[in-house]
Design a protein around this ligand. Structure first.
Ligand SMILES: [Cu+2]
Length: 127
């Protein structure tokens, strides 16, 4: 883990050096970050549910069929399981495990829960 982070730092350094040497840079006023900062990388998740302390956090709203990312910060495993016909169901082991599911294509409100801890409840709104 440490090694990876260090490698990333080195790469970042290299990128910065390259950027610094690029022509046209220098003393410009309010230089925009080098291109691509706003380009969505790959099929990015429309929203993220962060599970922490046995809580799903704020309810989220997404468009039909959107990809929803889930991250489980707890050490315990959790799921995001739709109450209605399990139209979505993702199981996450603990300690930062991530997963994704596809939001239903039908607009509506989708309550979900954790199969391991049924007192955990959240709501996904599709509209
Ligand atoms: Cu749980």
């Amino acid at each position: 883990m440490k090694l990876v982070r260090r490698k990333a730092a080195v790469l970042l350094m290299a990128a910065l050096l390259v950027g610094g040497c690029a022509p046209g840079g220098g003393s410009g006023t309010g230089t925009a970050p080098p291109g691509g900062a706003s380009t969505p990388a790959a099929p990015a998740a429309a929203a993220t549910i962060t599970i922490k302390d046995f809580d799903y956090g704020q309810p989220i709203t997404v468009t039909p069929g959107a990809v929803v990312a889930v991250i489980n910060m707890d050490s315990a495993p959790h799921t995001v399981t739709a109450e209605k016909d399990k139209v979505f169901d993702v199981d996450l082991s603990g300690n930062g495990a991530t997963g994704t599911f596809t939001a239903p294509s039908e607009p509506g409100t989708y309550p979900y829960f954790c199969v391991y801890h049924p007192n955990m409840k959240g709501t996904l709104t599709v509209e």
